[in-house]
Design a protein around this ligand. Structure first.
Ligand SMILES: Cc1cc2nc3c(=O)[nH]c(=O)nc-3n(C[C@H](O)[C@H](O)[C@H](O)COP(=O)(O)OP(=O)(O)OC[C@H]3O[C@@H](n4cnc5c(N)ncnc54)[C@H](O)[C@@H]3O)c2cc1C
Length: 285
C-alpha cells in the first residue's frame, strides 16, 4: 500500500488527482477500523494530517468556515458559542481519545446515516466545500448525501471545509443510544430556531438511508411558535411537531432498534430539543 503525505493543500489536491483511488485519512477513526477488520484494502492512503489549512477556521462574510480537519475536541473548545448545535453533538462523539483525533470532515467523508455531525449541519443549513485541481464548489449539505455511506464527492475531490451561518441560532442536539458514550446512535435529532427570520431547521440521524430533514415539521413549527410573545409553546404544538418529526424519518428495524421505536424516540427528542431551544431564546416553559 502506498502512503502519500502531502504537506500543503495544493499538494494534497494534486495527489488526489494523480491517485483518485487513494483513501484520504484524517483522524483515522473510521479508516483504521476498516483496515483492521479488512473491510477495505486501498491502493494508497493519502494522509491529510500535515495539511495545516484543513485545521483552520474563520469567518467568510456572514458564514463561519471550518476546515475539514478540525477535531471534535476543538469544536467543543473553540466553537461552542459559534456553532452550538454541532458542539453539542461533538460532545457526544466517542470518547475523549476519539474526539481528540476525529474530524467533522471524516464524518462527512464516511457519510454514514449515523454520523453525529450531520443532523446539526442539516439543521443549520450548512454547505460542504469540495475541492479538486479542477476547482472548488460549495454544496448544500441537503444535497451532499446520496445514499448510505455515499455522497456527491467525486473521486478526485477532497472535503476542504464546511460552512454554517456565522451568527448562531438557538441550536440543540440529542441522541438515543444504548449507553451514554461509545455507541452508534439508535437515532438522533438536531433543531435550530432562528428568531430573526422566524425559521426552523431540523436534522434526523440514524433513521433513514441518509441523514434527513423534517421539512414539514419545520414549516409547521415556524408557523406556530409564539415568536413575538416568547410565551410557552402550546403542548398541542410540541406534540404535533414531535409527530411530524417521527413521520419524516425513514427508519428500518435493525439490531440497534426497531423502526417503530426510532419514530417514537424521535418524537420525544423533537419535543425535548424544542423545550431547550425555546428556553435558549428566552421563551417561557
Ligand atoms: C470507538 C469509536 C467511537 C466512535 N463514536 C462515534 C460517535 O459517537 N459518533 C460518530 O458520528 N462517529 C463515531 N465514530 C466514527 C468516527 O469517529 C467519525 O466518523 C469521525 O468523524 C471520523 O473522522 P476521522 O477524522 O477519524 O475520519 P477518517 O477515519 O480519517 O476518515 C473517514 C472517511 O472520511 C474520508 N475523509 C477524511 N477526511 C477527508 C477529506 N478532507 N476529504 C475527503 N475525504 C476525507 C476518509 O477517506 C474516510 O472515507 C467512532 C469511531 C470509533 C472508532
Amino acid at each position: 500500500m502506498d502512503f502519500l503525505q502531502p504537506s500543503t493543500w495544493d499538494e494534497a489536491l494534486a495527489a488526489k488527482a494523480a491517485h483518485p483511488d487513494a483513501t484520504p485519512i484524517a483522524g483515522g477513526t473510521d479508516v483504521m477500523v476498516d483496515l483492521n477488520f479488512d473491510r477495505s484494502r486501498p491502493a494508497a492512503l493519502l494522509d491529510l494530517t500535515r495539511v495545516g489549512a484543513l485545521t483552520e477556521w474563520g469567518t467568510d462574510g456572514d458564514l463561519l468556515r471550518v476546515g475539514a480537519g478540525v477535531t471534535y475536541r476543538r469544536i467543543v473548545d473553540e466553537l461552542g458559542v459559534r456553532a452550538p448545535g454541532l458542539a453539542a453533538a461533538s460532545r457526544t462523539v466517542g470518547s475523549p481519545q476519539i474526539r481528540n483525533r476525529a474530524t467533522v470532515g471524516g464524518n462527512l467523508g464516511s457519510a454514514s446515516p449515523a454520523g453525529d455531525a450531520h443532523p446539526p449541519l442539516l439543521a443549520a443549513g450548512a454547505q460542504v466545500e469540495l475541492a479538486s485541481v479542477r476547482g472548488t464548489r460549495r454544496v448544500p449539505v441537503t444535497d451532499y448525501f446520496t445514499g448510505p455511506k455515499r455522497s456527491v464527492k467525486a473521486p478526485d475531490e477532497l472535503i476542504a471545509a464546511f460552512l454554517v451561518p456565522a451568527r448562531p441560532n438557538a441550536e440543540q442536539f440529542a441522541k438515543v443510544g444504548t449507553r451514554n458514550a461509545m455507541v452508534i446512535a439508535v437515532c438522533s435529532f438536531s433543531l435550530s430556531l432562528d428568531a430573526s427570520t422566524r425559521s426552523v431547521g431540523t436534522g434526523i440521524g440514524s433513521a433513514g438511508p441518509t441523514p434527513l430533514r423534517a421539512t414539514e415539521a419545520a414549516a409547521f413549527l415556524a408557523a406556530e411558535l409564539p415568536w413575538e410573545s416568547r410565551g410557552p409553546v402550546p403542548a398541542s404544538v410540541a406534540a404535533r411537531f414531535g409527530e411530524l418529526v417521527g413521520a419524516a424519518a425513514r427508519p428500518i428495524d435493525d439490531v440497534r432498534g426497531s423502526a417503530a421505536y426510532r419514530r417514537h424516540a424521535l418524537s420525544v427528542l423533537a419535543r425535548r430539543t424544542l423545550g431547550w431551544a425555546w428556553a435558549d431564546l428566552g421563551g417561557a416553559a
